[in-house]
Design a binder for this molecule. Structure first.
Ligand code: NPG
Length: 369
């Protein structure tokens, strides 16, 4: 596939409400979009790096720079590029999986569109719709949290994930269980906010029959997670720690995780995400698809990934209006707790040019010719 050029487009989208996690509060999502143009098609990729390096070491300005200054020149050495070439050609550059994933996604989208194949077909998805969970941020009060959960349950979300941190954990979970009962599929996400010495607090969560506790300890602490797993009844699920199929295999074999959150951006792209899916399936470890507040572009890819057979738990694949009043693509909507897997070529959605322009902060065109 011959690439004519790549556009790096920065957009900013206001969130419907502030989203607070153990590492910070977001009110506006700053997104880098990558558009790859070939003679026959174009393809879109979304970089999930945050504005600041707090979830991981990547951040959106850094991702923009590394793509412009290193990755595109490496790819432009030959105009003829296949999606399978992207990761090997960028391997000399350490890290930056979110930036690499965005480029690979755009190239994959262009290539699949020109072949008339959808992400779902290419990845091996087996269903037309996937169950949608929702992630609920840390709030100022329990009352506020209960109102938010109530709203999401009435919209039909089939699983609730509560963000937790020390001081906002057992009481929040207890209040949600007490108000909404034991039938609600409930899980928690700590985003690395605890240490092994918090074992007693974390063990109190065992009383609430949670689906899982996500990433309680720092990402490099696989041994700590393995220890925790022997002490807790609640299954441990790793997110930040799982950066490749190899790290997934290591974590599983060490007993550090019994469920895996797969985010294509975190692991360098959809090709590696599918390898992680396969490794987990081979170990009978269920997976679910995480989210990073993506616009419709990234969301479309995530939903296609979530249609693979070992995605047996609902993902953070919520409807567009969970985060955005107006998405840049036609919105993903909730029907009976599910979202529809796009069936069109490539990611199956296109941004609306007027909405895209309205949210655009800057664009850069890098020609390959
Ligand atoms: O639904 O897209 C979504 C967001 C789900 O909670 C969510 N994401 O740690 O998984 C996470 C968290 C996150 C959000 C992480 C933004 C980093 C940035």
């Amino acid at each position: 596939m011959k690439i004519e050029g790549i556009e790096l487009r920065r957009i900013e989208m206001p969130l419907v409400a502030p989203f607070r996690t153990s590492f910070g509060t977001e009110t506006v999502k700053k997104i880098l979009l990558v558009r790859v143009v070939t003679a026959h098609s174009q393809g879109w990729g979304e970089c999930v790096a945050d504005a600041i390096p707090s979830y991981s070491s990547e951040y959106v300005d850094g991702a923009t720079n590394v793509i412009r200054d290193y990755f595109i020149p490496a790819l432009a050495q030959s105009r003829d590029i296949d999606m399978w070439d992207v990761a090997p050609r960028l391997r000399t550059y350490k890290g930056h999986p979110m930036a690499k994933a965005a480029l690979e996604m755009a190239i994959m989208d262009a290539q699949l569109r020109s072949r008339g194949v959808s992400f779902r077909q290419f990845l091996g998805g087996t269903v037309d719709r996937v169950p949608a969970g929702v992630s609920v941020g840390i709030m100022d009060s329990i009352g506020q949290l209960l109102d938010a959960v109530d709203g999401y349950l009435s919209q039909g979300y089939v699983r609730i994930k509560l963000k937790i941190e020390p001081g906002w954990d057992v009481a929040a979970v207890a209040a949600v269980r007490e108000r909404f009962g034991d039938d609600v599929a409930l899980q928690v996400d700590a985003n690395t906010a605890y240490r092994l010495h918090d074992l007693r607090t974390l063990a109190k969560l065992d009383a609430f029959d949670l689906l899982l506790i996500e990433q309680p300890l720092p990402e490099d602490d696989l041994r700590g997670h393995a220890t925790l797993a022997t002490e807790l009844k609640t299954p441990i699920c790793l997110d930040e720690s799982i950066v490749s199929a190899k790290s997934a295999a290591d974590a599983i074999v060490m007993g550090a995780t019994s469920v895996v959150n797969i985010k294509p951006g975190r692991v360098g792209g959809f090709l590696e995400a599918r390898r992680i899916h396969d490794v987990c399936a081979a170990h009978d470890v269920p997976v679910w698809c995480g989210g990073m507040l993506e616009s419709g572009i990234g969301r479309a890819g995530n939903i296609a990934l979530a249609s693979l057979p070992n995605f047996t738990l609902p993902g953070d694949t919520s409807a567009s209006d969970r985060y955005y009043t107006t998405d840049i693509t036609p919105p993903f909507v909730l029907h009976e707790g599910h979202v529809t897997v796009p069936g069109g070529d490539g990611i199956g959605v296109e941004p609306d040019p007027a909405i895209l322009d309205k949210n655009t902060v800057s664009t850069e065109w890098i020609s390959f010719t």
